[in-house]
Write a protein that binds this ligand. Sequence first.
Ligand code: IVH
Length: 673
Amino acid sequence: MSDKILKRIKELRKIIKKHEYNYYVLTQPSISDQEYDIFMKELEKHEEKNPQLITPDSPTQRVGKDLTKEFKPVEHSVPMLSLTNTYNENDLWDFDRKVREALLENEKVSYVIEMKIDGASISINYKNGYINSAATRGDGTVGEDVTANVKTIKSVPLKINSNVKVPFPLNDFIVRGEIFMDIEGFKELNEERVKNGKKLFANPRNSAAGTLKMQDPKIVSKRPLNIFIYTLLLNNSNKLQTQEQNLKVLKDLDFNVNPNYKMCENIDEVLDVCHQFESMRDSLSYEIDGVVIKVNSIKQQKIIGSIAKSPKWAVAYKFKAKQEFTRIKKITWQVGRTGAITPVAEMEPVFLSGSTVSRATLHNIDEIYRKDIREGDKIVIEKGGDVIPKVVSVITEERPNKSKKVLPPKKCPVCGSEIYKPEEEVAIYCVNSECVGQIKGKLIHFASRGAMDIEGLGEALIDLFVEEKLIHNFDDIYSLKNKKEEIIKFERLGEKSVDNLLNSIEESKTKPFSKVLFALGIRYVGSGAAKKLADYFLDIDKLINADEDKISSIPELGPSISSSVNGYFSNDINLKVIESLKNYGLNFKEEKIETKGSFFTEKTFVLTGTLIDHTRESAGEEITNRGGKVTSIVSKKTDYLLCGKNPGSKLKKAESLSVAILNEKEFKKYLEK
Ligand code: IVH
């Protein structure tokens, strides 16, 4: 190996790093993507021939080769707090008053206003100047290890720039920020997903959070993820003076710091900046859902302190949901899986919070009359929880002359059957259980994310397959693999997307019994009730044969569920479909670990503190699966206290009652036994 090669390798790394910084942090590319690829290929070639020269901060090391099998839990050494939300000026005045009350009279307080990036929060650990690990927020105390994926984000330095002078020693430290996807990148990703028959992401936030939890870092590296860093944490936090200084240090260290932050000397200035930032919202290339107001002085932050989950020295000011104008072209009536007939506004398409919308549910006729909505109306829409669009109001001044009041349908708009309206409900229903509208609705629910989660089998395909008589009952979905030739002939479906679809149909067979039960769409049986039924009966045949009293005796399951479940299984067609699904290999039994004679059998546990390898829920499940019981209060009847880090008052209580205490290590040993 010659010095010349080493020199070239170093040079290539420098060029690539510079380009990554210019592109992802400064957003001013200095070379073309092709040139970048050529440099990268050359570096890869040299490193392949000289593996002893590979360094952990080489740009080639961003993408690991291994799949992430599981995202291991990681305890945050400093909890990741969330922010209290405020929505108006009064809330902000209150916040300012409380901040000043916590400090000395007449003490000066200045604030930093930052944009609130709508993404997924992340905590990144650096050791000896190199990136060491990265974790999601999780419940604030324990997150998940997503290091391999975070390393693929090119604006995350693999090693910090050691030439930069900072006002304190900087080797081991934590930075925190928000991972996001810019709007353009998000749109392109969704366009590609349409082509491949994949489910669309609802908005850039979901898309960023979903990508962060993918198993293959290679795919993650191709997704347009970016990051803004806004927090620096040192071991010795006394070195840090102000949030403003932190942002400057982070920027000097080449982290991507959002340039849109402002200093304010009082709350009136804060309010002005909030409005100013809100008016910039539509011109940004990424989504923000508000601003964050932070007390600038770290010393003051410490004095002001935090309540359980959020600091008292910072607050989020949330913007109102984004609104748009559009026009209702038509009001149609849609039949859902239960037979409920709901009005839908078919609108002129408009782009709103990350996606183009053209339909909005109007819920029921009462809602239409309350808001006085008519066909042809100009309306204001917004996305509730930023996902489902809703009609906010009608601009009645711009109503077309001949507009007419909406009338509810007299017959089912899909199959023409009778309609009935239960007295206690506003909704109207189609009486025909064989109505194509209901059938499509049931199939859509069956394939949906919380149920069998069949990627690619969405509303449009189900419509097509039902119309073409390829599917009718749930079991027909599993016979599609024998009809590949027929499906490929449909214009919109390429061979690759058909293969993907058939694969996800096969994959869905591994879903547990509780999901299958939920997917059947039995009225009133939501995902929670399905889990309870599956856990209790463990086998569909036992559930089929159970009488109503038995079902309603299960805690939290009432008479509507038991009578609906009973009715469902009294129907021969339903039983036939279940038999057929069983033959296709779907799970109709819940796996239960043998509990007889286990350490846990019939023992009562209470949990306290933070566990490392378990969440509270998962530890509880392990115990109940083995025949134990979990309660929340320590008493004489408690057999064991499972005690994690930072236990609460339960530990003292257990000690005073001489209850046996298990740490996590011992707990795990018993699990393995
Ligand atoms: S500061 C203790 N600053 O908003 C301080 N958070 O609702 C906590 N977020 O979990 C965070 N932009 O994921 C902070 N400039 C910003 C932010 C920001 C977005 C997110 C963050 C946090 C959530 C709180």
